[in-house]
Design a binder for this molecule. Structure first.
Ligand code: C2E
Ligand code: CA
Ligand code: CA
Length: 723
């Protein structure tokens, strides 16, 4: 207000100013709480909160504006036109509704926000002018443009700052202190703006108030403070109660969801073992198969069915049954990796889902370990219990979906059980119709060792240059009580499928070493070659077994040759390299069998520490008739010699073949032309017949077949260590 002689100098009532500020702070604080309520609800309830909040907050804004005006005191008696006072309530409310609505949108376009800010500023100024017109003065008030412009600028700034601060206060969880601080800052700026407008009022010193008989300043001050604060308090209470109710409901929803999840989990769990049950397993299996990237992941399902479990339960009682199953579950858990799923699918059955077993050897290894874990004696309630299980295995993608995996693992398990139990069986297409023949053969094979039905036959290998004995190959023979002699080509694959090859291989290894030692003691020194199957290559304890056999029979490693087919060696190059290196470290000599039938990469062949390469029979067979076969053999010989390998030709049946092979620089020859595989006694007779002196009971003539200085030294060292 201009301080000039013809202008009146107004005073400001501190109580009204304070009341205006308090009401403004409270209203703005409430505005943030209301925005939170709107955001927390759905559309309809949110809308109700926008309206209800606008009434509360709008009334607060209206009251604080009027209280600001009431604070203005002139030397004349002032009165306020009731109709105008009431009329200014409407724009205050509309403005509040707009502000609340605007803040409810987290991501409002910048343009919209600027528009909103301008509207709010305009509404605020309008409100102040409407309020000011409630006092009717004669002569009229003159407005100072400078003050009014300053006030508008300040209001605009308040809107910008307020909008930023309120958004900040609304972010994250509710902090009352932060919200209150923002309300204080914005309300103070806001009041300053309104004060500036009032200060721009120029009132003549000769002024007369025409509305002096209307509502008085005192009653207006009371009405705008006490009832308005009560009303704001009620809105506040509403927000608190609503928040609480909502929290309760949320907590209820959460606990309901938890209860539901717990129920679902319980329905998928086996109470006795704490493992998943069949339902849970199937769900996990389907989930894994549907999961991302499952299409290129190997999955295997192992079904372990305890053999003769019912008779155990009958003997020891049903309680014991659960105890045994829980005990074994603990053991099996120890073999399972993270991410694998173990379940108890039936009284006497477990299911295991494994991922990442990339080939049949890894599957076979795990099956072997699972079987061993079950078979290990359990001491339960002072009872020594020995169990075994039949394991059926099916793998994805060979079994294309969850149903097939479950079905096929069952078929395989039933086959293993039919085979007498205690073995595993990998599902193969057509297994459901698989002849009993294989199953029976497998069952009999399991007893072949203890029933002494296995023997080794020996087939000599001769040096091509002078036909001297270079060594013998040990070939397994099985004389079945009913079937008679069964070919290894028939029973070795069965042994591999049913997990018996480890035991057979061990028997062959020991038998071969026993012969080497026995013959050596009798003065006959012959290196013996044994065949190693692909499954044996992956046996984790192969090293131990080989070292043990050599030690037990006191045989130098050099006397033992291990033949591994080219295809088995190339199957998993890295694993082969490790095993070959390990065997080479022991000192065992390695030979690549059936060369030419696999797909060797020459660079790998170079890295394998093999000593010998056996050209497959198929090439030898065609040698006399096919120039191609000759060219191939010639190339193989040259390549082998370049790599430092000796070449053995197997399946030599005619003199002509032998001559060609000798001409092509083959080192050793093996085949029916010289001798068939034969029992030990026949081998000794064959040696005698060839003119080789063979040790008998009272004479000992040393035959050093292919023995060099190094061999002799090894033997001497062993003997020295033994004596
Ligand atoms: P292999 O290692 O290639 O063994 C050579 C096979 O050729 C033997 O068959 C042998 O009797 C046969 N043979 C030898 N010379 C001639 C010949 O001049 N003409 C013809 N037509 N055949 C000849 P066998 O004993 O039936 O063995 C078959 C296969 O069984 C072996 O092939 C070997 O892979 C496997 N095998 C034999 N014993 C064992 C063993 O102890 N462990 C493992 N893992 N496999 C074995
Ligand atoms: Ca062989
Ligand atoms: Ca061979």
């Amino acid at each position: 207000m201009r301080m000039s002689q013809q202008w009146m100098e107004p005073h400001y009532d501190a109580t009204s100013l304070l009341a205006a500020w308090v009401v403004a702070v409270y209203a703005l604080y409430l505005q943030s709480l209301v925005v939170r309520r709107v955001r927390a609800h759905d559309r309809d309830t949110g809308f109700a909160w926008v309206l209800g909040g606008a009434v509360g907050v709008g009334t607060g804004i209206w009251a604080e504006g009027l209280l600001g005006l009431v604070a203005v005191q002139l030397p004349v008696q002032l009165g306020y036109v009731q109709a105008i006072v009431l009329a200014s309530w409407l724009p205050a409310m509309v403005m509040s509704a707009g502000t609340i609505w605007m803040h409810c949108y987290r991501h409002l376009a910048v343009g919209m926000r600027i528009m909103g800010g301008l509207l709010v500023t305009g509404a605020l100024c309008l409100l102040t002018f409407i309020n000011a017109s409630a006092i009717v003065l004669q002569p009229k008030v003159e407005w100072d443009v400078g003050y009014v412009a300053g006030a508008i600028a300040l209001m605009l700034a308040t809107c910008v700052i307020g909008s930023i601060f309120i958004r900040w206060a609304l972010r994250g969880r509710l902090s009352h202190l932060r919200t209150l601080a923002v309300a204080v800052v914005v309300a103070t700026l806001f009041r300053a703006g309104q004060m500036l407008i009032l200060m721009g009022m120029n009132v003549s010193s000769a002024v007369v108030c025409l509305s002096a008989d209307q509502v008085s300043a005192d009653s207006l001050q009371f009405l705008l403070t006490v009832p308005v604060l009560i009303m704001l308090g009620l809105v506040h209470l509403g927000t608190v109660l609503d928040d609480r109710a909502m929290r309760k409901q949320e907590a209820l929803t959460v606990s309901l969801a938890q209860a539901q999840a717990a129920l679902e989990e319980a329905a998928q769990q086996d109470a006795a073992t704490g493992l998943l049950n069949r339902l849970g397993f199937e769900k996990a299996l389907r989930l894994q198969l549907e999961g991302e990237g499952s299409g290129d992941q190997a999955l295997s399902v192992f079904r372990l069915n305890l053999d003769g479990f019912k008779s155990h339960v009958e003997t020891y009682g049903p309680d014991m049954g659960d105890t045994i199953v829980s005990f074994l579950a603990g053991r099996l858990r120890g073999l399972v990796r993270d991410g694998d799923v173990l379940a108890r699918s039936d009284t006497d059955e477990y299911l295991l889902l494994c991922h990442g077993l990339s080939d049949e050897h890894q599957v076979a290894q795990l099956a072997q370990r699972l079987g061993d874990a079950v078979h290990e004696p359990c001491l339960i309630k002072d009872q020594d219990i020995i169990l075994s299980c039949s394991i059926g295995i099916a793998s994805f993608p060979a079994s294309a979906n969850a149903d097939q995996l479950l079905h096929h693992s069952r078929d395989a398990m039933l086959t293993a059980r039919k085979a007498g139990g205690g073995v595993y069986c990998v599902y193969e297409r057509g297994m459901d119709h698989m002849g009993l023949d294989q199953v029976e053969m497998q069952r009999d094979l399991r007893h072949a060792i203890e029933r002494n039905e296995l023997t080794l036959h020996f087939q000599p290998k001769l040096r091509a240059s002078d036909n001297a004995l270079a060594g013998v190959e040990a070939l397994l023979r099985w004389t079945h009580p009913v079937r008679g002699s069964v070919s290894p080509a028939q029973f070795i694959p069965v042994a591999e499928r049913f997990g018996l090859i480890g035991e057979l291989g061990l028997w062959v290894l020991n038998e071969a070493c026993r012969h080497i030692r026995m013959w050596h003691d009798a003065g006959l020194n012959v290196p013996v070659a044994i065949n190693l199957s692909a499954h044996q290559l992956r046996q984790p304890d192969l090293e131990l077994r080989v070292r043990d056999a050599l030690k037990r029979h006191r045989v130098p490693a050099r006397m033992l040759i291990m033949e591994i087919t080219e295809s088995a060696a190339m199957d998993d190059i890295d694993a082969s390299l490790r095993v070959f290196d390990m065997l080479d470290d022991i000192g065992v000599r390695l030979s690549i069998d059936d060369f030419g039938t696999g797909y060797s990469s020459l660079s790998y062949l170079r890295r394998l520490p093999a000593r010998q390469l056996k050209i497959d029979r198929s090439f030898v067979k065609d040698l006399a008739s096919s120039l191609d076969a000759q060219a191939i053999v010639e190339a193989v010989v040259r390549l082998s010699h370049a790599l430092g390998l000796k070449v053995v030709a197997e399946g030599v049946e005619t003199q002509e073949q032998a001559q060609i092979l000798a001409h092509l620089q083959c080192d050793e020859l093996q085949g029916f032309l010289f001798a068939k595989p034969m029992p030990e006694s026949a081998l000794l007779a064959w040696l005698v017949q060839r003119g080789t002196s063979v040790p008998s009971a009272n004479q000992s003539v040393h035959v050093h077949a292919g023995l060099d200085e190094e061999d002799r030294r090894c033997w001497s060292e062993l003997e020295a260590a033994g004596s």
